[in-house]
Ligand binder design. Structure first.
Ligand SMILES: [Cu+2]
Length: 117
């Protein structure tokens, strides 16, 4: 019975943590297959958040930290310039703080098809 209560408490915490300001959408969307590398990563959230860290990781390569110096304020949407030409499978990992102080994070995975010769 004690374990059940603990499990219930943990699941309620998890639900609260994901409910405060979820991501509404991103471009590229997770799962997208693109024919050209994106010039920006656009993200929108249900409520304002402050991005704390965003990295791009092309498959088999090192993570590239995205410059957030122009995106320091709380906002509902962000458009982050991508300076590196991306190809293949790419994972974007983002971390943000909601206005209620909750930390949030997520991953957007997409694929840039290599140009045909
Ligand atoms: Cu919250």
């Amino acid at each position: 019975m004690r374990y059940l209560a603990l499990a219930l408490a943990l699941s309620l915490t998890a639900a609260a943590a994901s409910a405060h300001s979820p991501m509404n959408a991103s471009t590229p969307a997770s799962g997208a297959v693109l024919t050209a590398a994106p010039e920006t990563i656009d993200m929108s959230f249900k409520h304002p958040v402050r991005l704390t860290k965003v990295t791009l990781t092309p498959a088999g390569a090192k993570a590239i930290e995205v410059d957030l110096s122009a995106s320091k304020a709380f906002a509902e949407s962000f458009s982050l310039p991508v300076s590196d030409p991306l190809s293949g499978a790419v994972a974007i990992e983002w971390r943000a703080i909601a206005q209620d102080g909750h930390a949030m994070k997520g991953v957007i995975s997409f694929t840039v098809e290599k140009p045909r010769p």
